[in-house]
Design a binder for this molecule. Structure first.
Ligand code: AHR
Length: 332
């Protein structure tokens, strides 16, 4: 009996060590009490996705859809095409349809309180996936599942300061930001700026949004190449923008990865291929495979169980010399 209890405890500890929990909220404790706990029967989830702007997003959508099927959860899926108003409409429709749980990846950080309050008043729990919201009222959602984007930006900046440790400045950086107002754009910018701040030789000479897409990444990089005489480094907030920018760099007659160092975030297969070709110098991983954890959290939340308020995914940093070995095992 004692051995069985120890095994159960070990399994529980192992399961929880895969997640980074920051605080907890359970049934009957403050805001969580407003949600109607439900037990038994199939669960219906309304999922309001950002769009299909990147390889990362496509992998994320696939992960959510496959995991829902595997978990026996009925998924009502909506694609907001990168527009907040579409996501708000989708969430209102899910409320009318009386789904059991709403999950969404907010296009931008601010402006969610009203619709989240509507969900709360209807007793429908909300799970934030991938991107967080900026709100003073944490009771408006049950939990957040995703990455630490500030840490990702910091890792990108730390790689840069390490790579240029023994070289004189200035080091001129151009930055391709993600969607304006989105959590990954805000946080990756802040984390990176923080990491390079202490050494004045690093200068961000131009910074503009490329909306997380390949086409925009290329277009904005073309403009950077025209307006900036000396560019040493490109920091792109995602792989798709980096890949678009690489085309622009090549078309301008320069060598990406050599003439202009390229730093990117996500870790899609195409970026790993570009690293093996010497065109990207480092990729900071951002994990889109959130489906399995999301369905587990949804089941718990619907049953009124205690869940961590924040669940973060584990991620790595892949410099160019690690790319070839890592490429075969990339899953997205
Ligand atoms: O929110 C995650 C970000 O959104 C990914 O880094 C980017 O590729 C996507 O569009």
């Amino acid at each position: 009996m004692a051995r069985r209890a120890a095994l159960v405890l070990t399994a529980a500890l192992l399961a929880s060590s895969a997640l980074t929990a920051c605080s907890t909220e359970g049934p009957g404790s403050g805001p969580a009490a407003a949600t109607k706990a439900r037990s038994g029967g199939p669960i219906t989830m309304g999922f309001a996705q950002v769009g299909a702007e990147s390889g990362w997003r496509t992998a994320n959508t696939k992960s959510v859809q496959e995991a829902a099927k595997k978990a026996g959860i009925t998924l009502k899926f909506s694609d907001a095409q990168q527009k907040q108003e579409n996501q708000i409409k989708a969430i209102r429709t899910f409320i009318q349809q009386k789904v059991d749980v709403i999950a969404f990846s907010p296009v931008v950080e601010s402006g969610w309180d009203t619709v989240l309050k509507e969900a709360k008043d209807a007793g429908i729990p909300v799970i934030l996936t991938d991107r967080a919201v900026d709100t003073q009222d944490a009771s408006l959602y049950k939990t957040f599942l995703g990455s630490d984007f500030v840490k990702e930006g910091k890792s990108a900046g730390e790689w840069l300061t390490g790579a240029y440790a023994n070289q004189p400045g200035p080091v001129n950086i151009v930055e391709l930001q993600g969607t304006t107002g989105s959590a990954p754009a805000n946080d990756r910018k802040a984390g990176f700026a923080d990491a390079i701040r202490s050494d004045g030789k690093f200068k961000i000479v131009a910074s503009q949004t490329g909306d997380f897409t390949r086409a925009k990444g290329k277009e904005v990089m073309q403009a950077f190449l025209k307006s900036q005489k000396d560019i040493d480094v490109l920091y792109a907030h995602n792989d798709d923008m980096a890949l678009g920018a690489i085309q622009a760099i090549e078309e301008s007659g320069k060598k990406p990865g050599t003439d202009i160092k390229v730093i990117s975030v996500d870790g899609i297969k195409d970026a790993f291929v570009a690293m093996t070709q010497g065109k990207i110098n480092v990729v900071v991983e951002c994990n889109p495979m959130l489906g399995g954890q999301l369905m587990e959290l949804a089941k718990k939340v619907v049953a009124g169980e205690t869940v961590p308020k924040r669940v973060e995914t584990e991620e790595g940093v892949f410099p160019q010399d690690k790319a070839a070995a890592a490429l075969p095992s990339r899953t997205y």
